[in-house]
Design a protein around this ligand. Structure first.
Ligand SMILES: Nc1ncnc2c1ncn2[C@@H]1O[C@H](COP(=O)(O)OP(=O)(O)O)[C@@H](O)[C@H]1O
Ligand SMILES: [Mg+2]
Length: 357
């Protein structure tokens, strides 16, 4: 019997293109070849799909600062037919069938529901959340509203729209205090996120955030520890042992995530009491369900000094290198990286493709 073919998609047009390549290298090598046959497709920065039959999809794979997609892949596009799905080579018309798509892509057009919607149109199983929950989690404004109305605490704040008049900024400061956080509603990796300490800085932070999104959140700064919870499953999801991010400077910025090696410490497991662990695991699974997630999500919280949990955000395709928080937490809960990749694919094949079934 032939094995299901898993089409790993990586790269993409978002600011997290390179991060995605790093994750995909690990996923591609981890796929259990006795369960699945992997194929790898890079989406370049113009959105073109490239197939690498020999698996040679990355240049400078050992150097995170110079890594890039190999431009010498075969130009392909996805086709849905009565005989199943395949990638078709643009030049020759040659076809390459596949059975499931594994998007290892962060941000716009990868994690935000667009790719998941394409999978639905192709009638292809897709690893991770479906179109709706991906889109809802990607948009911090929408996610916060959905969580808040189910009683989950989120940072108080206000939404600004590029096309609407700005509110009085001094009033925002009066209401939420200083310093104040500003972020694009639909971005990731801390791109466009600022901590503003004055009216002038708030003005500049809003302009900066509007470079990345037409919708911007201004939020009260939450003082607290940053705790992350990895959730895995479909109908009966479970939360792994929580982890902690300890930023060395200011906050968990883009630099702290990817550039400055000493920017932050990832602490797994997080030093929490049993009760704290149980509380955050329950909240993470509740949030996962409220937003209709399936497969996986990393749910990020602040733990305030008084013991209150504030949910910051959900990531439906969290960083997935072997040293990333999500796989590390799963490993602590007994699932090795390779087993996790295997499980995620199995979970995607367990559920109907259509959201309505
Ligand atoms: N309201 C807030 N209070 C305190 N710190 C915040 C707040 N919002 C964001 N941060 C800091 O900025 C980082 C990035 O913001 P986040 O909302 O997680 O966006 P991203 O999706 O880019 O990761 C967080 O990990 C945290 O360090
Ligand atoms: Mg974050």
């Amino acid at each position: 019997m032939s094995l299901p073919i898993v089409c790993i998609l990586c790269g993409g047009q978002s600011t997290e293109h390179e991060v995605s390549l790093l994750s995909a290298i690990n996923v591609f090598s981890a796929i259990n070849r006795s369960h699945y046959t992997p194929m790898i497709v890079g989406v370049d920065k113009d959105g073109l799909w490239r197939l690498y039959p020999d698996g040679d999809f990355c240049l400078n794979s050992g150097d995170p600062s110079a890594i890039s997609l190999n431009p010498n892949g075969l130009d392909v596009f996805p086709v849905h037919s009565a005989k199943g799905n395949y990638l078709m080579e643009l030049q020759s018309g040659k076809t390459h069938p596949f059975d499931v798509i594994f998007p290892v892509m962060h941000g716009a057009n990868g994690e935000d529901g667009a790719m998941q919607g394409l999978c639905q149109i192709l009638n292809s199983p897709c690893v991770g959340c479906d179109m709706f929950s991906s889109a809802a989690c990607m948009d911090k404004d929408i996610a916060k509203q959905l969580l808040a109305c189910q009683g989950i605490r989120v940072a108080p704040g206000q939404v600004l729209h590029r096309t609407r008049p700005l509110p009085n900024l001094q009033q925002l400061i009066d209401e939420y205090g200083l310093p104040i956080f500003v972020k694009p509603s639909r971005a990731g990796s801390s791109v466009g996120v600022s901590k503003a300490g004055s009216l002038e800085e708030l003005q500049a932070a809003i302009e900066e955030a509007f470079r990345y999104d037409s919708k911007v959140l201004v939020e009260r700064r939450i003082v607290g520890r940053e705790i992350e919870c990895a959730v895995l499953g479909n109908l009966n999801p479970f939360a792994a042992v929580p982890g902690e991010i300890i930023p060395k400077r200011d906050f968990y910025s883009y630099e702290a995530k990817y550039i400055d090696e000493d920017g932050a410490t990832l602490c797994a497991p997080a030093p929490l009491t049993e009760d704290e662990t149980a509380a955050v695991q329950k909240l993470a699974v509740d949030a996962f369900r409220i937003l209709g997630c399936r497969g996986m999500a990393r749910v990020d919280f602040f733990l305030q000094p008084g013991g209150t949990w504030v949910l910051n955000e959900l990531n439906t395709i969290p960083g997935f290198t072997r040293i990333s928080m999500f796989p590390r937490l799963m490993q602590l809960s007994g699932l090795s990286y390779d087993e996790l990749v295997d499980k995620l694919i199995a979970l995607s094949l367990e559920v109907p493709v259509s959201q309505f079934k």
